[in-house]
Structure formats: C-alpha cells, structure tokens
Design a protein. Sequence first.
Length: 256
Amino acid sequence: MIRFSKLSLLLSAAAFTLSAFGQPAPASPPAAEAAPAAVRNPEDVALEQQLVQGVGLMRSGRPVQAITDHFDKVIAAFELRFKDDSRKFYTARWHMDSLAYMLEAATSREEPKRGAVVVSSLWSDAWYLKGYALVELRRIGEAKSALESALVLAPRNSQYLGELGNLYLGMRDWPSAFATFEKAEAAAREFSPPEVKNAELSRAWRGMGYVYIEQNRLDEAEKMYLQCLDLDRNDQRAKGQLNYIASVRAKRASTL
C-alpha cells in the first residue's frame, strides 16, 4: 500500500517555478514521500516537520533559511544516525522500488558483504529539496551535487532524475539532459507509484522533447509532446510546445 506523507500532500498543493530553466517546472512542486510505516519512528515524524517548514520558507522566498535551518539539519540527523553503519542505504517511495534495490544489492559483488537496507525517504527528500533550493539561488554546482546525493540513495526515483534533467537543461548540456530524462522515463515506467506515474512520465517526455527542439529535431519533439497529451489531454505545457513547433514550421514554410 502506498502511503503519502503530510509533506507530500503539502507539496502537491501548489507549484514552484524555476525561471532559470528553459523548461517550466512540473505542475506539481517537488513531492517527498514518507517511508513505509514499518520503518518510521517518532524522530522521523519530527524530521518530516522540518522539511515541511523548509518548504514553507521556500514558498515565502527564503531558500537560504530553508537550507540552513531545515534541510541541512535533516541530512545531518540521518548522517549521525547511521555514522557507524557500513551498510549500503537506499530510500524508497513504495514497495516496488524497495524490492528492486534489495534484489540489486543481493546480486551485486560488493553489497552482499556489507549489507543493504531501505530507510526513511526523508533523507533523500532533504537532499532533493536542498538541490531545488540551490537552483533557486542559482548555485548550480552545489545543486547538482545535492541532487546526485539524493540519487545515490534513490537511483530509481524518477522525480529526482527529472529535477537533475532540468538542471542540465538550464546548463544547456543537451546530451546529459537527454540521457537523464531517458533514465527518468525508464524509472517512471517501472518504479513510480501509480498516483504519480503519468505525471513523471510526462515530465521526462517534455524534457526529451525540449532537447529535441534545441537540436532542431522537430518531428521527434512533436512525438514526445503528443505522448504527453495521450496521458493528459489538458497538459498545457505540452500544448504550448506543440504550438511552438507549429509556429516554427509555419515560419519556415513562409520563407520557401
């Protein structure tokens, strides 16, 4: 059973925008999932509230305070909790990616020796939200590092991958952006919870479409955006990009 946290519900109530990026932010802002009830403890409840408060500060235009007063403190709490534990740590949104991580660990050469465990996703959410805040501050190198730290804990999280892909778009690093959105698409297909699967697939396709437009591959870009509309006929970002593609084609036709 999927359990969405208070933080996840709060984050889904309104959207952020990242004006530095060519592609708009997703319709829903960063959503952080609670860990399964079996691995939560009272300290995690308090840490979840720290993230909620940090998101509130971001919404009020105080990303620096959100990082220093909340996101960094949550990260530090988990690092302290597991400082003497040599196991490989993963975080998961639901049972499918949790199972995938454990199976992957069991078949790897290294992890059967050191062990692996799935812990509260609040840890990776804190890194993710810190990365988001750092993008707002245009501290791109630090943002990339934070998002990569989130993905070390949750390498199959399509939402984290989508945010990293957006960061590469802002850097105009088209090959890295496209490769990251491809990973986000694959992760969404196989591991995203049903409630967010379509949104995360669409986000990956819009990112891939944006790269295609920048590479002047309009037919391939159009295909990506039409796929988005197959999932959601009201996807305004996909409609806007299709209109843009149509305008480019019309302009070219008028010059012939």
